[in-house]
Ligand binder design. Structure first.
Ligand SMILES: Nc1ncnc2c1ncn2[C@@H]1O[C@H](COP(=O)(O)OP(=O)(O)OP(=O)(O)O)[C@@H](O)[C@H]1O
Length: 258
């Protein structure tokens, strides 16, 4: 089991921002976590990465039980997390290559000397993610879409078992978004592919590689399970609280308000 949450509740400032969360992610599955603003998606991800501890329930991630096993840094080395919060912590003057390399040490900034293997791996990842031609450019000179792909390459550097992408297409134009989604698809085909959790509020970003969907609403699991059963007009309409029309193009869903 990659993730096992049993009746999880998380309190912030006296309020249950997550409650009664039951969720199991098995090896080989790729999940989309779908929810509107404020649904609790980021809180859930931070909990999975042991930045937050639940007030109730039990949680196991990558075979580690929270509260029993040693956690924190050790667990985070096995998780590749791409989120706005992480992105804003990088030193702007570092090159794309240095930032990817730093992923091998799970550090912000490069303080240790990378091995030849690490350099080779970083270069290969930059190529795989289509970032090689700007590898030596300072991070701050990159566009949002370029930065985002560098962040994903960095997250893969530590050969994570779990890759969490938190709204990775935020601020990207149509083409940059599609390029990034192509990259996500490619990652799922790698021989060392991690389990991917893709967090979004955009239904059209649910790629065919994602078979499973966790629908979060107001801190609770609205529904979770197979995409084919959950992405229907009645379920999406009641989830979003408005009449939804759903169509599929190339195995990707699109929705409109009726
Ligand atoms: N430290 C905190 N103190 C109080 N409330 C919090 C705290 N952190 C989060 N919340 C609240 O918990 C709820 C869930 O927040 P969260 O950031 O997880 O939502 P989200 O689904 O990621 O939303 P978005 O799509 O807008 O990023 C929100 O109502 C938020 O205001």
């Amino acid at each position: 089991m990659v993730i096992h949450l049993k009746d999880i509740g998380l309190i912030r400032q006296g309020k249950w921002i997550l409650d009664q969360i039951n969720w199991q992610v098995k090896q080989g599955e790729h999940w989309v976590v779908l929810g509107l603003n404020g649904a609790g998606k980021t809180a859930l991800l931070h909990m999975l990465s042991a930045y937050h501890f639940p007030a109730k329930g039990s949680i196991e991630v990558l075979g580690r039980k929270f509260g029993q096993d040693v956690l924190g840094e050790e667990l985070r080395q096995e998780i590749g997390l791409v989120s706005q919060t992480i992105k804003s912590r990088f030193y702007d003057s570092d090159s794309a290559y240095q930032i990817v390399l730093s992923g091998g040490f799970a550090s912000i900034g490069l303080y240790q000397t990378p091995t030849d293997d690490m350099r080779e791996r970083a270069q290969q990842l930059l190529k795989d993610l289509g970032c090689f031609h700007y590898a030596n450019r300072a991070y701050y000179t990159l566009s949002q879409g370029e930065k985002q792909r560098v962040m994903i390459a960095r997250a893969l550097m530590g050969q994570p078992k779990l890759l969490i992408l938190d709204e990775p297409t935020n601020g990207l134009d149509f083409l940059a978004k599609e390029t990034l989604l192509d990259a996500v698809e490619q990652i799922s085909l790698r021989p060392d592919a991690p389990t991917i959790l893709y967090v979004t509020h955009h239904v059209d970003e649910i790629l065919p590689i994602f078979d499973k969907v966790l629908m979060l609403k107001e801190g609770k699991v609205y529904r979770s399970g197979n995409k084919s059963e959950l992405l229907t007009e009645p379920i999406l309409s009641s989830f979003f609280g408005t009449e939804i029309q759903l169509t599929w193009h190339d195995k990707r869903p699109q929705i409109w308000r009726k």
